[in-house]
Every structure is written in C-alpha cells, then in structure tokens.
Design a protein around this ligand. Structure first.
Ligand SMILES: Cc1cc2nc3c(=O)[nH]c(=O)nc-3n(C[C@H](O)[C@H](O)[C@H](O)COP(=O)(O)OP(=O)(O)OC[C@H]3O[C@@H](n4cnc5c(N)ncnc54)[C@H](O)[C@@H]3O)c2cc1C
Length: 410
C-alpha cells in the first residue's frame, strides 16, 4: 500500500511542523520552499503552553532554547502599572512552558532529525490546482509536481491562498518596527515588558542569553512613506517611556530598522471547495496582528488539528478523495471558530489615552492572569490529542516513505 503523497508549500514554522508530524505519521511528504536555503531570518516568536505541547508531540527538543518567561508586565507610557500577567501561573494551570525563542532557533530545532532531502529549496510556487488524480503544483521556473494532498503553508501573502480564491490579507492600519538586539545586561531576564501609549505601544521581551526582542507599533497606511532616518521617528515617539526603553533606543540604528516596518494584516480562513484535496495552514490560512504573540503558536495548533483530522483516514492512497476532502474540511471547520475570535481580539485597538487606561489599571493581576489563562485554554483544543509516542510501525513506514520521492516533471 502506497502512502499518501503530501506536498507542503513553505518551509517556515508551519510548513516544517506539519511536514515533521506527517512524516512521523507515515506519509510521503515533500516541502517546497522558494528561498535558496534554510537560513531563516526574523526576530523571536512566543511559544505558549499549547505550542510547547505540540512541539513535544512532534518530538522537538526545546531544552535550553530561547528564554522561559515568568511575567508579562504591562504599563502605560507615563509609568502607571496596568496589570502583571503571572506567566508562572499560566504554566502551572496549562502544563507547558512559555518561552520566547528566536525564529531561527525554533526552525533549527524543528529541523533536527528532519530528512534534508525532503525539502526542495529554490522552488517558488506559482499556482496549485486540484486534478482528477489529486493535486498539482506549478513552479515559477515552469516545472511542476503532483501529489495526493497539498498544504499551503506559504505565509502571509500566500500564493496557494490566492490561487484557491482566498481573500487577500487586509491591513489593519498598524505596523511593527521590530527586531532582536543584544544587551550586555537584561535587568529582569524572565520578565516581558509591554508599554501602551496613546499613539503607539511597544514590547521588550527577553529571548535568551543577551537577546532582547523589541518592537514599536505605530500607525501605518498603504501610502506610508519611509522616513529617511526611521530611528529618529521611533525615538521621538517612544523616548522617555522607561529606562530600559531609552537604553534600547540608544543602541538601535537605522540599520537595525532596515527590514521594518511590518504592516499588520488579517484575513479570515477561506472556505475551500468541498472536494478539494488542498488546505492552508499557519499565516497562509489566518494572518492576524501580532498583539497576543500567537503567530507561531497558532501554526503549531493547526499542525496538531490537521494531524488529528488525517489520523482518521485509512492509510494509503486508496482512502478515496471524498474521505480525504472531508478530513480537510473538518480541520478547517474545527480551527475556524477559535481563529475568528482570536483574529478579532488581536485587531482591537491597543493604544489608548491615559483617561481610558486609568480604568484598565483597576484590573487586578489575578483577574488579568485568570482571563489570559482561560482564553489560552479555550484556544488550545485540549480535547484533541495526538499520540506522543512513535510506534515501531510508524517508524517502519516512515523509513520506507523516506526512500521514495515525489514525482517531479519538467
Ligand atoms: C522572514 C520572516 C521573519 C519573521 N519574523 C518574525 C518575528 O520576528 N516575530 C514574529 O512573531 N513572527 C515573525 N515571523 C512570522 C512567524 O514566523 C509566523 O507568524 C509564524 O511562525 C507562522 O509561520 P508560517 O509557517 O505560517 O509562515 P512563515 O513563517 O511566514 O513561513 C512561510 C514560508 O513560506 C515560504 N514561501 C512564501 N511564498 C512561497 C512560494 N510562493 N513558494 C514557496 N515558498 C514560499 C517563505 O519563504 C517562508 O519560508 C516571520 C516570518 C518570516 C517569513
């Protein structure tokens, strides 16, 4: 019996996670990435307990990666404390660590033990289509590949999403100037700081060792004109918000801001045709503003739910297209409700005047922590569990699958 041939588009956190999971489950997986190599860029991402749980299910060793957090401290730009979220309590209640980890470190860990020959770099996807025999991917260089199932994990401006008719991502009117800097001394290495002002907000989250993830959120519109010296614009908006902020602003230069700004986008999960053998995962499925630091986490949860959806299939290509398509539609439906709520919450206006924020200061730390815990628990699909243990049968199928290759046609 031949294993289902799964084509994954995009080798980001989402693409490598699902590829890793489905290889473990015995599928014949190939990942297509447009970049020439697997040296990822970017700052740090936050992994909440549910994301940590999925990484554990995927057999990813996260020991020592990034920085474990104990508290998220939220204050106003005038120094008024608003609320301290007790991350330790969230960890106790939800049973998994919360860590800030540089994106490159997370991808390195995901790639440990991952068969390199399963990733085809320099493979920019131009179009995808359902065929009577399964799915077909067409690349920008004119070549194509065929498989039984296609997963579009090609990020925010997904080509797969576009060709299956998904609405383009819409800007929310905000953007982040962001990156990682190195500080000789981070005063409280387990404390993430978030500061809210009237015209913008910022975050300083330790990301392991001397790495600190910084971001400055300001308004943005499509006719935005980049200032000649963006660091001056950032300093004039955020200087004086705290000692640590001033210290970070003093170390940053225009070069550190070269890749920014990153406009915030959101789009809903599209409804794919009932019998399509394609689906979307991660930012390609549900881009959202970074307000609750959920991007990588939600891609990991997609992985868990999609694996669960596919686990009900009879193994092998004879499972039937209807059966496969039903599993994909169940995955999308299961994720849609939670993601719709999360996307709505993350696109609420964070920046507020002091007169509004003084009411927020009345929220007790315990209530803030309880609310965050309850929300994260609700997001986490706790009833869905994927076996954490590799069975010898899965190992044998995986080895067999790794010796076969997806059919590439030029
Ligand atoms: C360079 C980069 C830096 C980032 N930095 C941060 C950060 O600092 N903080 C943060 O919270 N989040 C960051 N993110 C976003 C974060 O990684 C995602 O929100 C989250 O991990 C979900 O990942 P994803 O796999 O869905 O998408 P992504 O991580 O965006 O991965 C998508 C992958 O698809 C590939 N791809 C795109 N189009 C095609 C195509 N047509 N054909 C083939 N391959 C294609 C891309 O090259 C990329 O490798 C960054 C993303 C990227 C790509």
């Amino acid at each position: 019996m031949k294993a289902l041939r799964v084509l994954v588009v995009g080798a980001g956190v989402g693409g490598i996670s699902i590829a890793r999971g489905l290889l473990r489950d015995g599928y014949d997986v190939t990942v297509f990435e447009r970049r020439p190599d697997m040296r990822p860029g970017g700052g740090a991402v936050t992994i909440w307990p549910s994301g940590s749980m999925v990484l554990e299910q995927l057999g990813v060793d996260m020991d020592g990666a990034g920085q474990l957090l104990s508290t998220v401290r939220i204050a106003t730009s005038t120094g008024r404390p608003l609320v301290n979220i007790a991350v330790d309590t969230i960890v106790d209640r939800l049973g998994g660590p919360v860590r800030m980890v540089p994106r490159r470190v997370l991808l390195d860990r995901l790639l440990e033990g991952f068969p390199a020959e399963r990733i085809r770099c320099n493979s920019a996807v131009a179009a995808v289509l359902d065929t009577p025999a399964g799915v077909r991917v067409e690349f920008e260089d004119g070549s194509c590949a065929e498989g039984d199932l296609l997963i579009g994990a090609d990020g925010l401006h997904s080509a797969v999403r576009r060709t299956v008719g998904g609405e383009p991502a819409k800007p929310t009117g905000w953007c982040s100037w962001q990156g990682l800097c190195t500080l000789e001394h981070i005063p409280e290495s387990k404390v993430a700081v978030q500061i809210i002002g009237e015209h913008g907000n910022l975050g300083l989250w330790p990301a392991g060792g001397s790495d600190l993830q910084w971001w400055f959120d300001l308004r943005w519109s499509p006719d935005f004109v980049r200032p000649e010296h963006p660091i001056e614009a950032i300093r004039s908006s955020f200087a004086g918000w705290s000692e640590l902020v001033d210290h970070v602003l003093a170390t940053l230069t225009d070069d550190d801001l070269a890749a920014s700004p990153f406009p915030h986008f959101r789009h809903p999960i599209p409804r794919l045709p009932r019998l399509s053998a394609m689906t979307l995962l991660g930012d390609a499925a549900h881009a959202m503003p970074p307000a609750l630091a959920q991007g990588a986490n939600q891609a990991l949860l997609d992985t868990m739910v999609l694996r669960e959806a596919l686990s009900g299939l009879r193994q092998g290509r004879d499972c039937g297209n209807g059966e496969l398509a039903s599993a994909l539609r169940w995955y999308e439906k299961t994720r849609r409700r939670r993601l719709t709520v999360l996307s709505w919450v993350t696109s609420r206006q964070i920046s507020q005047s002091q007169s509004v924020l003084k009411w927020v200061a009345l929220i007790s730390d315990s209530f803030g922590t309880w609310t965050m815990t309850a929300f994260l628990r609700w997001l986490s699909h706790r009833r869905i569990s994927v076996s954490k243990v590799d069975s010898p049968l899965v190992g044998a199928i995986t080895a067999a699958v790794q010796s076969s290759a997806v059919k590439i046609m030029v």
